[in-house]
Ligand binder design. Structure first.
Ligand SMILES: Nc1nc2c(ncn2[C@@H]2O[C@H](COP(=O)(O)OP(=O)(O)OP(=O)(O)O)[C@@H](O)[C@H]2O)c(=O)[nH]1
Ligand SMILES: [Mg+2]
Length: 180
C-alpha cells in the first residue's frame, strides 16, 4: 500500500485546544479528554489515514506548536517545512478572528508559503455561545483561503474531520504532481 507523507502544522492562540485536538485524534480512540498543560516546545505526532476508495495511506506528521511569544522563534523553525496548516480558533471568543489572522501570518512567514492549504478549525463548537454562525465561519475561512470545520475537543465531536481533509488534500496534491 503506497504511503504519502504530509507535514501539517497546528497553530493558533493559546488555550484554543490545539493539544486537546491532537490528543483526541491520535489517542486510543476513546475521545476521552486528558488534562493538558500549555505547550512549551513543538511536539511531533504521527498518524496514518487510509484514503477512501483508493489503496493509498497518508501519514500525517502533525506538529503541535507552542503559542507563547517566547517560544515562537523555535516554533517557526520547526514548522518551516510544513506544507499544510490547521488553524485553530475558540468559537466562543469574540476576538478569535484577530488571533487567527496573526497565526496565519505566522505560518506564512515561517514556511514562505504565500497561499497555504489547510483548514480553519473552530473548536469549542456545539457548546452554545458560538460567536459566528456556520455561514459566517465559512466566509471567514474563505477570506483566508481555508475551508472551515467545526469541532469540539471537549466531547470529541467531529475532531477527525479536519485531519481527514488535510489527508485528502495531500493525496490530491500527490496525484496532481505524480509523474511530473
Ligand atoms: N469547553 C471546552 N474546553 C476545551 C475544548 N478544547 C480544549 N479545552 C480545554 O481548554 C484548555 C486548553 O486546551 P489545550 O489543548 O491545552 O490548548 P492549546 O491550544 O494547546 O494551548 P497552548 O499549548 O497553551 O497554546 C484545556 O483545559 C482543555 O481541556 C473544547 O472544545 N471545549
Ligand atoms: Mg498546546
Amino acid at each position: 500500500m503506497p504511503i504519502i507523507r504530509a507535514e501539517v502544522a497546528i497553530v493558533g492562540d493559546s488555550q484554543v485546544g490545539k493539544t486537546s485536538l491532537i490528543n483526541s485524534f491520535c489517542g486510543d480512540g476513546t475521545k476521552q479528554q486528558k488534562q493538558t498543560s500549555p505547550t512549551m516546545y513543538p511536539e511531533l505526532h504521527t498518524k496514518k489515514i487510509k484514503i477512501p476508495d483508493t489503496n493509498y495511506q497518508v501519514e500525517l506528521i502533525i506538529i503541535d506548536t507552542p503559542s507563547h511569544r517566547l517560544a515562537l522563534p523555535l516554533a517557526a523553525r520547526t514548522i518551516a517545512e510544513s506544507k499544510f496548516l490547521l488553524l485553530v480558533i475558540n468559537g466562543q471568543d469574540k476576538n478569535a478572528q484577530d488571533g487567527a489572522r496573526q497565526f496565519l501570518s505566522f505560518f506564512r512567514d515561517s514556511t514562505t508559503i504565500d497561499k497555504p492549504k489547510g483548514v480553519l478549525v473552530q473548536n469549542y463548537s456545539f457548546e452554545g455561545n458560538e460567536v459566528m454562525n456556520e455561514e459566517q465561519l465559512q466566509a471567514f475561512g474563505t477570506s483566508m483561503g481555508l475551508v472551515a470545520s467545526r469541532v469540539s475537543a471537549q466531547n470529541g465531536k467531529d475532531i477527525d474531520l479536519p485531519f481527514m481533509m488535510i489527508a485528502q488534500a495531500a493525496y490530491n496534491l500527490h496525484k496532481k504532481t505524480e509523474g511530473k
